[in-house]
Ligand binder design. Structure first.
Ligand code: SAH
Ligand code: DHB
Ligand code: MG
Length: 219
């Protein structure tokens, strides 16, 4: 089965299950125009995040890794009136593009973008006694273990946790690939001995290649 087939099947799903949406298309076009890498979630994955948030009736979302805000917009649209998403982004440039994109998409008042290394902005959230019922971790993978610990720290009981890129074309099986894969593997080690988190992981193929998602409940 080829990558072309995965891409066409994703397109087939989108054609049938996802309303074509000029706002989303414009957002991706403005990311490309600004030179951002096209490493956003796929359309089907964005919709999955949106559905999970609605299933959980989540109202307070924390995202790690904004890029241009494509996943942020999918999630913001799932929020009820008064709901809010906070998203953490290292790059000033990415945050600036995302800010503009959120304004264009009409979700500015639901989205808070905090610029800087997540490791430095997370303690601010904790000191303000913020808590969350939905987490999406999709930033620098080497810090995944720390991010999962922060999610536990900031979680409301029964919060949902999703982590992107946990397969990396199978690189996850290799012990010494790079810092990023090491971070993902350490996260799995942590989860194998973490009673507060109940999780599974699924392998995915599609327009973004072969990868996977961790799906968990934090108690
Ligand atoms: N969630 C986005 C894609 C995120 S790509 C989407 O699906 O649309 C990963 C992002 O994490 C990049 O924008 C990168 O700049 C950011 N990032 C990398 N290291 C980070 C760090 N230490 N803290 C916060 N964000 C970081
Ligand atoms: C990369 C990061 C991602 O979050 C992703 O979904 C795909 C690729 C990357 O850093 O290459
Ligand atoms: Mg990702």
């Amino acid at each position: 089965m080829s990558k072309e087939t995965w891409k066409h099947v994703d397109q087939y799903f989108s054609d049938h299950l996802i309303q074509s949406d000029l706002v989303m298309e414009n957002l991706l076009a403005s990311n490309a125009a600004a030179g951002l890498p096209a490493i956003d979630v796929s359309e089907s994955q964005g919709k999955l995040l949106n559905l999970l948030i609605r299933l959980r009736s989540a109202k307070r979302i924390l995202e790690f890794g904004t890029l241009g805000g494509y996943s942020t917009l999918w999630m913001a649209r799932a929020l009820p009136e008064g709901g809010k998403i906070t998203t953490l982004e290292y790059s000033e440039k990415h945050a600036q593009v995302a800010k503009e994109n959120m304004k264009e998409a009409g979700v500015k008042n639901k989205v808070e973008i905090l610029t800087g290394p997540a490791i430095e902005t997370l303690p601010i959230l904790a000191s303000n006694e913020n808590t969350y019922d939905f987490f999406f971790i999709d930033a620098d993978k080497k810090n995944n273990p720390a991010y999962v610990k922060w999610a536990i720290e900031l979680a409301e009981p029964g919060a949902c946790l999703i982590v992107d890129n946990v397969v990396r074309e199978g690189a996850i099986l290799n012990e010494q690939v790079d810092e990023e894969v090491k971070g993902v593997r350490e996260m799995f080690e942590m989860l194998s001995n973490e009673p507060r988190i109940d999780s599974t992981a699924i392998q995915t193929v599609g327009s973004k290649g072969y990868d996977g998602l961790l799906i968990a409940v934090i108690n």
